[in-house]
Design a protein around this ligand. Structure first.
Ligand code: NAD
Length: 474
């Protein structure tokens, strides 16, 4: 079986690492590809190309950089089904779901690139004394993007738009679990050599990349544990880091909502992508007035999430990414049961091949349980009954994470109060979505660095001011 190659300076080439890793289809447990383990030599080589390519890329007119990004988006949009199938084989995501997220990411790439056209890369402030200041936003230089496996293609597309449009070059290191779709994504590139480079591997490639002396920014999406290491390394070397990490997102369900519709929405938020979304709904606080009806409807909705191979168009619940992830899910459910939780549905794994886990609803849960405090990243939703909306809001806010939150309520005062939850984004009466103007910085352990709309351009550029004194007599 051929080992996947790196893309460096526009050329596909073998890794210098001499080691390899397996890619296993999580639905069948079959070996489907090999990739290099990665090494510092590969990273050095890629960084040299990125540093060399950067001045010429930044010197292109902005409109041309934006047009080149659109050309990539055009190419990707013609291969959405193929990319979704690769994602399915490498990490289990059902193909229909994969297609819809890749479509969304391509649209997002276009919007993000176009936002460069309204970004103030240069402003001049004139003063009454005749002096003026030019406020410039320079590209940072060569940057690193390190991505997780749960949305392989969208994660890369989401990070690259503002970095490239600002005139930076990039070295990308995708997750070792999901290299196939990223390799294909980069085969569709038509940017000048060295502007985007790809280095494959695990931490053996990620660590030297994140700590490379030539990088000016590391944009990392992944676990809190790895994020802390990357943040510490960035602090040591004084380069910028944007860290988009894990979550334990709460949902508050108020009295007076459409209970059945809300339960259906919560089932989707908890189970889609097999619960492996950083903003998956991971703990629910439901008002006691609607609790019984809500749990019954949630259990009924969970019954519609049957497991299967994601290549089958009818599958709604693919496997977890690997056995390690399934172990985490098992451990959280077992811990909850041992501490008094009730499994209302799910909890029993199907027999046979594949890292499957059923849609699971837990009740009688509290904050002594891992499933209520640590990221589970699986199709498990713990539901806790609260005696008031206020109590729901207070418990939703009590977490070391602060990525996103969702509130279902018809009460106008409660809609306003939803903003009190410390989170980068709070959705009210929907989950996911929002306009292109949204800006976020995760709270707590969920990360640091604001992104979204012009905030992504602030993160991708360095401001500098040139003061020009008034000329005497002018
Ligand atoms: P992970 O931290 O294990 O790996 C993420 C990436 O970092 C991979 O490419 C990996 O190879 C690399 N890596 C591992 N060790 C490294 C090191 N020492 N130095 C540099 N790179 C290293 O995370 P994962 O399991 O791939 O992803 C799941 C996590 O990602 C979850 O916690 C999830 O919540 C989070 N996530 C967050 C967001 C967000 O936007 N906040 C989005 C998606 C996923």
């Amino acid at each position: 079986m051929k080992t996947l190659q790196n893309l460096i300076d526009g050329t596909w080439e073998d890794s210098r690492s001499g080691t390899s890793l397996d890619v296993v289809n999580p639905a069948t447990e079959e070996l489907i590809a090999r990739l290099p383990g990665g090494c510092a030599d590969d990273v050095d080589h890629a960084m040299t190309a990125a540093v060399r390519a950067q001045p010429a890329w930044a010197a292109l007119p902005l409109a041309e950089r934006v047009a080149r990004i659109h050309a990539w988006a055009d190419a990707v949009s013609e291969h959405v089904s193929e990319l979704a199938e690769l994602e399915c084989r490498e990490m289990g995501k059902p193909v229909g779901l994969g297609r819809s997220f890749i479509d969304g990411a391509v649209a997002g790439l276009r919007v993000a690139a176009d936002q460069a056209l309204t970004y103030p890369f240069e402003e001049t402030v004139s003063r009454p004394d005749g002096s003026r200041s030019r406020i410039l936003r320079h590209p940072l230089g060569a940057t690193a993007v390190i991505t997780p496996w749960n949305f392989p293609v969208p994660m890369v597309l989401g990070a690259l738009g503002p970095l490239l449009a600002s005139g930076n070059t990039v070295v990308v290191k995708p997750s070792e679990h999901s290299p196939l779709s990223t390799v294909r994504l980069f085969e569709l590139l038509s940017l000048p050599p060295g502007v985007v480079n790809l280095v494959l591997g695990d931490a053996r490639a990620g660590a030297p990349l994140a700590e490379h002396e030539e990088i000016r920014l590391v944009h990392f999406t992944g676990s809190v544990e790895t994020g802390r290491r990357i943040g510490a390394g960035a602090g040591e070397r004084l380069h910028r880091s944007v860290l988009e990490l894990g979550g334990k997102d709460p949902v508050v369900v108020d009295a007076g909502v459409d209970v059945r519709a809300t339960a259906t929405a919560v089932a989707f938020g908890a189970f889609v992508n097999t619960g492996q979304i950083c903003t998956s709904m991971e703990r629910v606080y439901v008002h006691r007035d609607v609790a019984e009806e809500f749990v019954d409807a949630l259990v009924a909705a969970a019954g519609t999430y049957t497991t299967g191979n994601g290549l089958d168009e009818d599958t709604v619940l693919g496997p977890l990414v690997d056995e390690r992830q399934r172990d985490t899910v098992r451990r959280h459910v077992a811990d909850a049961e041992a501490r008094g939780a009730t499994v209302r549905t799910g909890g029993i794994e199907p027999e046979g091949k594949g890292f499957f886990y059923p849609a699971t609803v837990l009740t009688d849960v509290d904050e002594s349980m891992l499933v209520m405090t640590e990221e589970t990243f699986g199709p498990v939703v713990p539901v806790s009954v609260v005696s008031s909306f206020e109590e729901g809001l207070e418990r939703a806010s009590r977490s070391r994470f602060g990525l996103a939150a969702t509130v279902y309520t018809e009460d106008p005062e409660h809609i306003t109060a939803a903003a009190r939850i410390p989170a980068g984004i709070t959705w009210v009466n929907q989950w996911q979505g929002g306009g292109p103007e949204g800006r976020y910085e995760p709270a707590g352990d969920s990360g640091m660095g604001a992104t979204g709309a012009h905030a992504s351009y602030d993160a991708a550029t360095r401001p500098a001011t040139v003061h020009i004194a008034a000329r005497p007599g002018a």
